[in-house]
Design a protein around this ligand. Structure first.
Ligand code: SF4
Length: 308
């Protein structure tokens, strides 16, 4: 039984389902459970230092595995690079190209220009960390040679539609997973509270998700009641994103790729979420005028979500 039904456009290009691959096992799980593409990080330049990440050999093997099953692989190069990072960039990009990756995901303008000058035909996706929030910014990046823009997570559907109407580059949108409380991840909270663990260098301690209490200045140690749910209060943390009920509107708006967040999430989480979205996209594609959310998808996703 599906719960809601609403009218949408009957012309829908099937969007790509893009899943995180935190390590080689997760890559296989994501592909087997129905991802059209996965994104992963190498040992350098990736914004998920805590994920298992891939050696060059792992990357090459993972890409072969994905390609044999018709899936694409994008490699993250999305740290905010410092001067010391730049020297080893050409060698790393060469290894990514040698591995057969279908594209790279980058944020830093210097990294993007260097990658494109070395490999003009390599597809470069602009990371959400670049905070693309309007069509002029999207057009700017398109003119720099970026083939896909991962939009900022703060955008509304009308804003996405406006960008779609004015920009030819592919558009990618996050549909599921944890949300940074700061502007698209530009955040110093972890750096400040977790002894220098820098979110912008791939080492976020997720400090926004710690449990916090309210203390009045003159009563140290006395925590005032502050309740959000039975597990406590997470006043700096946003709820997880879940747009499975809105994929018809996003596809209708011309979004090319639906991205699931979470290279550090478990294999079980990954399998569950990828399968639900795979079924949802297939259902949408088969029924473009009558997309309905299957309560079973929500139930399955609900079992593995942290912040509903
Ligand atoms: S501390 Fe929270 S808001 Fe800041 S970067 Fe990490 S996950 Fe995002």
């Amino acid at each position: 039984m599906r719960s809601e039904k609403r009218e949408v456009r009957s012309e829908i290009k099937k969007p790509e389902l893009l899943a995180p691959a935190g390590d080689p096992e997760k890559l296989k799980v994501a592909v087997i459970y129905g991802a059209d593409a996965v994104y992963l990080g190498g040992r350098h330049f990736s914004l998920r230092a805590g994920a298992g990440n891939f050696s060059e050999k792992d990357m090459a093997e993972g890409i072969v595995f994905a390609h044999e099953r018709g899936a694409r692989v994008y490699v993250a190069l999305n740290i905010f690079a410092r001067n010391d990072d730049i020297g080893s960039l050409p060698e790393f990009v060469e290894s990514v190209v040698r591995s057969g990756a279908d594209g790279v995901i980058a944020t830093d303008p210097g990294v993007i220009s260097m990658v494109l000058s070395l490999y003009p035909n390599l597809k470069v996706h602009l990371s959400t960390q670049a905070n693309t929030t309007n069509w002029t910014a999207a057009r700017f990046w398109q003119e720099q040679g970026v083939s896909r823009i991962v939009l900022a997570r703060e955008l509304s559907l009308p804003e996405i539609k406006t960008i779609r109407m004015r920009v030819k580059a592919e558009l990618e949108v996050f549909v599921h997973g944890a949300m940074c409380i700061s502007y698209s991840g530009r955040c110093l909270l972890s750096n400040y509270l977790a002894f220098g663990r820098d979110a912008n260098r791939g080492d976020c301690a997720q400090s926004c998700r710690w449990r916090y209490a309210l203390v009045e200045e003159k009563r140290p140690g006395q925590y005032l009641p502050l309740e959000e749910d039975e597990r406590g209060a997470y006043i700096l943390s946003s709820r997880d994103l879940c747009l499975i009920g809105q994929i018809d509107a996003l596809a209708g708006a011309g979004v090319d790729s639906f991205k699931i967040e979470g290279r550090m999430k478990s294999v079980h989480y990954l399998a569950t979420v990828v399968r639900a979205y795979r079924e949802a996209i297939n259902f949408l594609y088969a029924n473009p005028d009558g997309y309905m959310v299957d309560p079973a998808w929500l139930a399955e996703i609900g079992k593995v979500s942290n912040r509903k």
